[in-house]
Design a protein around this ligand. Structure first.
Ligand code: NDP
Length: 453
């Protein structure tokens, strides 16, 4: 570890105690940036990285609401406006009981580099609440969303800060949030992305993160003159990102063996087909059920519960070519990484944000496999949110093909930036350095141009 990274991390830990995910995200980026900071003394002199790790603004607020039993409930709401050097703050809202300041700061920090990589003019932000939508009625979710937006609306706007979905925030939640914003502001604007198609949403936005992660894997494979055709794939999660990852893998001829939720995972030796995926989409998006039900319906599959306290996740211990972690942060630890490599996995495209621990990443880089980190591989979601913003500004909608083509082009461009940047800084094939440096330079140069603000 360089002296610079060591000192920076000491400061980050002292100033942001009890935020291990934020420390981890900063450490990963700072380790790559040591290469670029040496070459560009202006970045050091102007303390660009030290400024990037400090949010421009952070809001924390009370979210009171009344449940179906008439009981008053209180949650905590957050919005981190991390960096606006290249555009309005942009990034999702996460509703999950694990949400806290440190988790949202790591996500907002990652978002700054990711958004820069998309080539679109978007700064970085993230927000959410420790509210758990699981097991809540539609009425409860609506009342929570309305209360959440009753505070958030003062801080956001189509040219200021444009939130979207993330874990626990899908089309239903975006609808309730948008309705309340419109009522309070008396304005119909593109203040959120992931909207319904009838009221300003973009075609392909729901599919974009998963499709993008698979396009990124296909690009990585093309550097070895290979395709996804016939490749065995492990996918984790069963939400928005996982579902459309499976859909695109199937379209490109791959075979998907696994899916999961926080209770357990299914291994389907026969492969998850389009019909089985339809069942999962209905199970998760409409009936809001659990993955275990998959094995009641499809006898070729085996269900295994996942113990979050175990030292490894058995989902990552199957023979395969490719892995798409698409659930949550740190779902692949050092032991899982060793299992993946031992089982022959040599293509990893991260749909989730920071799903691999530092120990896992070190092993992937060392083994020189095709490892696409989340901030590059899952950038298709926010890129298509950027396309939704563009369509809202024009008051016009593109066709499905048009948006999908643009998404595909953006993923190719992100891949090229990663490859070229890794090469330029003397670490060819290292997508971690490629993504971190590639995302950083545009933000850093913009900050230099704009003075100390
Ligand atoms: P969803 O809420 O639609 O799905 C999340 C999935 O991950 C569910 O299957 C959920 O299981 C599982 N999961 C969530 N938390 C945990 C946990 N602590 N342990 C185990 N499993 C868990 O979210 P998305 O699909 O939208 O998001 C998945 C990942 O992708 C996140 O890391 C998110 O930040 C990232 N991402 C999402 C984007 C988007 O456009 N939606 C864009 C870029 C990145 P359960 O139902 O049991 O909770």
């Amino acid at each position: 570890m360089s002296e610079f990274v060591k000192n920076l991390m000491a400061q980050v830990k002292a100033k942001n105690p009890s935020e291990p995910e934020f420390h981890q995200a900063v450490f990963e980026v700072a380790s790559s940036l040591a290469l670029v900071l040496e070459k560009h003394p202006a970045y050091r002199k102007e303390k660009i990285l030290e400024r990037i790790i400090e949010p421009e603004r952070t809001f924390m607020f009370r979210v009171p609401w009344v449940d179906d039993q008439g009981e008053v409930q209180i949650n905590r709401g957050f919005r981190i406006e991390m960096n606006s050097a290249i555009g309005p703050y942009k990034g999702g809202l996460r509703f999950h009981p694990s949400v806290n300041l440190g988790i949202l700061k790591f996500l907002a920090f990652e978002q700054v580099f990711k958004n820069s990589l998309t080539t679109l003019p978007m700064g970085g932000g993230k927000g959410g609440s420790d509210f758990d939508p699981k097991g809540k009625s539609d009425g409860e979710v609506m009342r929570f969303c309305q209360s959440f937006m009753s505070e958030l609306f003062r801080h956001i706007g189509p040219n200021t800060d444009v939130p979207a979905g993330d874990i626990g925030v899908g089309g239903r939640e975006i609808g309730f949030l948008f309705g309340q914003y419109k009522k309070l502001r008396n304005e119909f604007t593109g203040v959120l992305t992931g909207k319904g198609l009838n009221w300003g949403g973009s075609l392909i936005r729901p599919e974009a993160t998963g499709y993008g992660a698979v396009y990124f894997a296909a690009e990585m494979l093309s550097t070895r003159k290979q395709t996804l055709e016939g490749k065995k794939c492990l996918v984790s999660g069963s939400g928005n990102v996982a579902q459309y990852t499976v859909e695109k893998i199937l379209q490109l001829g791959g075979k998907v063996l696994t899916l999961s939720d926080s209770n357990g995972y299914i291994y389907d030796e026969a492969g998850i087909t389009t019909e089985k995926l339809q069942f999962v989409m209905d199970l998760k998006n409409v009936r809001r059920g659990r993955m275990k039900e998959y094995t009641d319906k499809f006898k070729s599959a085996v269900y295994t519960p996942i113990d979050p306290n175990a030292d490894h996740n058995p989902l990552w211990n199957h023979k395969a070519d490719s892995a798409f972690p698409s659930a949550t942060q740190n779902e692949v630890n050092g032991k899982d990484a060793a299992n993946l490599l031992r089982n022959g996995v040599y293509v990893i495209s991260e749909g989730a944000n920071m799903p691999s621990s530092i120990e896992a990443i070190d092993q992937f880089v060392e083994a020189k496999i095709l490892y696409g980190p989340g901030k590059a591989a899952n950038a298709g979601g926010v890129a298509t949110s950027g396309l939704e913003m563009a369509q809202n500004s024009m008051r016009y909608s593109w066709t499905r093909e048009e948006v999908d083509n643009r998404l595909h082009m953006i993923m190719k461009s992100i891949h090229k930036t990663c490859v070229d940047t890794a090469e330029k800084y003397g670490t060819p094939g290292n997508y971690v350095n490629g993504a971190n440096i590639g995302g950083f330079v545009k933000v850093a140069d913009s900050m230099l141009d704009q003075g100390i603000v």
